[in-house]
Design a protein around this ligand. Sequence first.
Ligand code: SAH
Length: 239
Amino acid sequence: MTEPLFYAEHLPDTGATFMLTGGEAHHAAASRRLAPGDPLWLFDGRGGLARATLGQITKRGHELTLRIEERRTEPPSKPSIHLACALPKGDRQSVLLDMATQLGMTRFTPLVCERGVVKPGAHSQERWRRICLEACKQSRRVYLPEIREPASPAQVAVSHQGAWIAHPSGVAAGAMLVGTLPNELTLLVGPEGGFTEAEVRQAVEQGARTVSLGPAILRIETAAIGLLAVIALGAWNAG
Ligand code: SAH
């Protein structure tokens, strides 16, 4: 079994003693059933990673004393993937953010589209952050995706030159992998009702290119995940 990974906002230096508390401590003691002497890892969501050994378990598993054995910073994965995506309904938002984080999304912008019906709720940001955090732990990605303010396709295309806009009639997705992968790649995915022609035109005028996974009409999250998988493959091949 791989040694488990937990989140801590601030990581101490090698040799320090660290108290892991709250939900992460409880998860380690109750769900993962870690015992004194067990190895574990901590990450801070900004590339910081620390290997630690569990010492004492106190407060009925809500407080863990750890010794930090090694502390390092991992480089960001390349390309850093910015997903600007219309919101699917209900639980499918969790599927989208969970899978996108696993596949390397490092920024998420909720896309506000003319035909979009789903709006972020009052607690969406916090809920999305928790989903992304769990996905980081699952996939051992140590950069927690940044969640940005909602924006329109044109706004995203203006500020992210060379973005890709997902559209069934775009160029085949392999086009994203031609040449050297950029350090950052932005992907726009539209709402259930699709992008309007004006939205696609405006984004293209700003330098975005349409990209497709074939003629089938996919759900929002399927299109996003499929395209992220293509990029993940490209990044892996580029090694
Ligand atoms: N009702 C719309 C479909 C919207 S699907 C229509 O009939 O056209 C939601 C979004 O997923 C789309 O806006 C697009 O960005 C993306 N998408 C769906 N199928 C796709 C495909 N085959 N290739 C690339 N993107 C796709």
